[in-house]
Design a protein around this ligand. Structure first.
Ligand SMILES: Cc1cc2nc3c(=O)[nH]c(=O)nc-3n(C[C@H](O)[C@H](O)[C@H](O)COP(=O)(O)OP(=O)(O)OC[C@H]3O[C@@H](n4cnc5c(N)ncnc54)[C@H](O)[C@@H]3O)c2cc1C
Length: 309
């Protein structure tokens, strides 16, 4: 098991640029699954300037760190995360508009941005209104729904890297299904420019509402989850395969395969990360036995891996 990072020097250095630095903070409070142990150090910048200063400090100090946006696509281990967690959300959420372009900081909520765009008569973000992501997480994951994805609208991304601040044009991001080059690079996304299209505000709102209603009817909206846990295999849907393999309703500890959408695992109250991982393994075995297909995780596993049951 990795050793806890206790570095008064690092905490002091981070506090010089950002007042909100917490030690042994439980991460389950910061993620949609409501699962996960403590971070040695959690740092929560409250502005874009603070975010850039924190990111620079972390790279300068060679500190081990992971980034959390809205925490809606992660499974954090029960042992938590050794090192620093950089949480990007409230405060890092300035949005400006320049014609049909929106320039927004990475902590802004995607549903908020989609509503804003609709109100301004800009089309392109309708698919995103029901995705509970931060803009940064959505840009990194190439979040998508209803046949559309971030790759269609991201024009430029600003990030802090070990080499300083960089501007990455869309063509450099290597976008593909739920992935981008940003998942492999040491880069803290600070801002993105989205290229939308002027449209009739009523039509944009209508489409947004229609897709939101479809989500409510087909996905579990209430209980804590991390959305779809498996990537769709080429030409098929993981949820369909899990359903046909008899996975719906399967439960390990407090983790349960949703009856509404089989690619969702929900936390019924007291689920642990080990419960979820064990359930994912069982579901995968069912699907492999029936269809000969192995599903890959879409949810990002962060932190120490705990022993299986
Ligand atoms: C109810 C529900 C419904 C969902 N529906 C959908 C859907 O329809 N479509 C879809 O694609 N996804 C969906 N998701 C999953 C999730 O919302 C997306 O994957 C989203 O893009 C994650 O964004 P986030 O801000 O929560 O990122 P997090 O979960 O916090 O992080 C995800 C990854 O991105 C990295 N990251 C986050 N922010 C940054 C940053 N600023 N800079 C660099 N790296 C960063 C993290 O380190 C991590 O590796 C759903 C989730 C839930 C809970």
């Amino acid at each position: 098991m990795a050793r806890r990072v206790q570095s008064p020097d690092l905490v002091r250095r981070l506090r010089q640029v950002c007042p909100d630095v917490r030690e042994r903070e439980l991460l389950r409070k910061h993620v949609s699954f409501r699962i996960g142990g403590p971070a040695d150090i959690l740092v929560v910048p409250r502005s874009g300037d603070e975010l850039r200063a924190v990111a620079r400090a972390l790279f300068d100090e060679h500190a081990p760190f992971v980034i959390l946006g809205a925490g809606s696509n992660v499974l954090i281990s029960d042992g938590g995360i050794r090192g620093v967690v950089l949480k990007i959300g409230k405060g890092v959420d300035r949005v400006t508009r320049d014609g049909d372009r929106i320039i927004a900081e990475s902590g802004v909520g995607l549903p908020h941005l989609a509503r804003d765009a609709a109100a301004s008569g800009l089309s392109g973000l309708e698919f995103a209104a029901g995705i509970p992501a931060s803009l940064g997480g959505a840009v990194v994951m190439n979040a998508g729904a209803h046949g559309h994805a971030m790759a269609e609208i991201v024009a430029v991304v600003h990030a802090v890297t070990p080499d300083g601040e960089v501007e990455l044009r869309a063509a450099m991001l290597e976008y593909a299904y739920r992935t981008s080059v940003l998942q492999q690079r040491a880069a803290v996304v600070t801002e993105a420019m989205l290229h939308l299209r002027a449209a009739d505000p009523a039509a944009v709102r209508r489409q947004t509402d229609e897709w939101l209603a479809h989500r409510s009817a087909t996905q579990p909206i209430g209980p804590p989850s991390s959305g779809c846990v498996f990537r769709n295999p080429a030409g098929d849907h993981a949820g369909r395969l899990i359903d046909l393999a008899g996975g719906k309703g399967l439960q390990v500890g407090g983790a349960r395969v949703s009856e509404i959408h089989a690619n969702y695992i929900v936390n019924t109250g007291e689920a642990t990360a080990v419960d979820v991982l064990t359930l994912m393994r069982k579901v995968n075995a069912l699907v492999e036995e029936k269809f000969g297909v192995r599903l890959d995780a879409e949810v990002k596993l962060l932190g120490e891996t705990a022993p299986d049951r």
